[in-house]
Design a protein around this ligand. Structure first.
Ligand code: FAD
Length: 421
């Protein structure tokens, strides 16, 4: 531990390394630089220009509480430019071309989606502008061990990549052992809004047994755009993108599927074009929860954050939000820890508190939305009748801890629905 200027709440300058330059790692690294008293090294696999010139990585809808955490760290750089989404129009499509249940879910605070290529490239530049160090390299296990041995605390924020394998899977907390949906996302310009006067709105369509379709206004490299995310039940008619076609072909197939299942959407997408060659994303991820501390031998250990330890299917838009909330919680814990050593016990306790307060709720909400038990279907039906139910549902995506208060069991839902009259 190097003795240095007295800054922030630490009497010494503490050396902290962050591996991975995504939502979790950059928000934490920049937060530490803002707090003062930390020498921060971020290891990034790609330079800002490589990130901007690369492929989209997410649809990254961020809700109010996560955006507040970014704002608190001085990282809300696109507030005026990115569309603020205040509501989500939900439609149940029981069979191709049929609109059944329809309702609007209003968010208490606007949500926002800033292309992670835009966001993380700029945040990475900010690390050096705000006094941190960036090492551009893809770290392997030996490199990680050496880095961790040279720092008081090393936080692994490397997402779902290979490095996450150092954290053991927690079987009791991992709800699935295989992907539940196959994903296909496209960023596009030229999509018409159903009601332009109503301002930016997201839309979600559920086709039981087939999959879900999410549409949201966002900000990308070339300005405002719309993102389309298909969540296909494996083997269903929506599961048509396994060969990862180019953007034009992807859009053609999406239009074909919309024409068949959601013709009202097909009309809105008639004049759409892909934003750029990197504007398509495909994949299928297995939701998983891992143990937060990895021992690398010789007393060297690292702490995991974000997707490196908690992966959710994007059906509920929890991943980046959870990463932001984790960065906020870890930052607070590190600062409050002052000059004391970062032991394995401290790391475990920090994660356990975050798990208890936040992460477990996002995992439970996502598992519920992926499997749609009867009691949740009853809530969606009630949302079609009662504006208050639709509003609470929307705001549970933003603050998933509320899931435990009203959605988690048939009994809770029954008691809640009985109050509606
Ligand atoms: C299709 C899709 C849609 C999504 N939509 C949403 C949504 O609407 N809302 C939401 O909240 N979440 C969404 N998510 C999830 C969200 O994108 C992730 O949960 C979030 O980005 C996780 O942040 P992170 O910082 O933990 O990891 P990442 O964003 O994956 O960042 C990890 C970083 O580490 C780097 N890295 C990896 N390995 C190494 C290495 N060995 N050495 C150095 N660097 C390394 C990577 O290059 C990357 O920059 C979506 C995900 C997908 C796939």
């Amino acid at each position: 531990m190097a003795v240095g200027r007295e800054k922030g709440r630490c009497a010494v300058v503490r050396r902290i390394a962050v591996v991975g330059a995504g939502q979790a790692g950059l928000q934490l690294g920049l937060g530490l630089l803002g707090a003062g008293g930390y020498e921060v090294t971020v290891v990034a696999a790609r330079t800002p220009d490589q990130v901007r010139g690369g492929r989209v990585m997410s649809t990254q809808a961020m809700f109010g509480p996560a955006l507040r955490a970014e704002r608190a760290a001085g990282l809300d750089l696109w507030e005026g430019e990115a569309p603020g989404v205040r509501s989500v129009d939900a439609v149940l499509v029981p069979e191709a071309g049929v609109r059944a249940l329809e309702f609007t879910m209003t968010l208490d605070e606007p949500a926002q989606s800033v292309d992670q290529r835009v966001k993380t490239a700029r945040w990475l530049e900010l690390v050096e502008e705000r006094g941190g160090r960036v090492e551009y390299r893809e770290l392997d296990l030996a490199g990680l061990r050496a880095l961790a041995a040279a720092h008081e605390l090393t936080v692994v924020a490397a997402g779902r990549g290979e490095l996450a394998g150092i954290f053991a899977r927690d079987a009791a907390r991992s709800p699935f052992d295989a992907p539940q949906r196959r994903l296909s996302a496209l960023y596009a310009h030229g999509v018409r809004a159903p009601d332009p006067a109503a301002g930016p709105r997201a839309r979600m369509h559920a086709v039981p047994g087939v999959g879900e379709l999410y549409l949201q206004p966002a900000l990308t490299l070339s300005g405002p755009c719309d993102i389309l995310l298909w969540e296909a039940v494996p083997g269903s008619p929506f599961d048509r993108f396994g060969d990862r076609p180019g953007g034009d072909e992807q859009l053609r197939r999406m239009r074909e599927l919309m024409g068949q299942y959601l013709p009202w959407e097909a009309e809105l997408w008639a004049g759409a074009v892909p934003t750029d060659p990197g504007g398509s994303l495909y994949g299928a991820l297995t939701p998983v929860v891992r143990r937060p501390v990895a021992e690398l031998g010789g007393g060297v250990r690292v702490l995991g954050i974000g997707d490196a330890v908690v992966v959710n299917d994007p059906i509920t838009g929890q991943g980046a939000n959870s990463a932001a909330r984790a960065a906020e919680a870890y930052l607070r814990a590190i600062v409050e820890h002052g000059d004391r050593p970062f032991t394995a016990e401290w790391m475990t306790a920090l994660f356990e508190e975050f798990w208890e307060r936040h992460a477990r709720h996002g995992v439970a909400l996502t598992a519920a939305l992926l499997t749609m038990p009867d009691h949740l279907q009853a809530v969606f039906a009630a949302a079609g009748e009662h504006e208050a139910v639709a509003r609470r549902l929307a705001n549970t995506y933003a603050e998933p801890a509320d899931h435990a208060a009203w959605l988690a069991t048939p009994e809770l839902v029954g008691a809640y629905l009985a109050t509606l009259g």
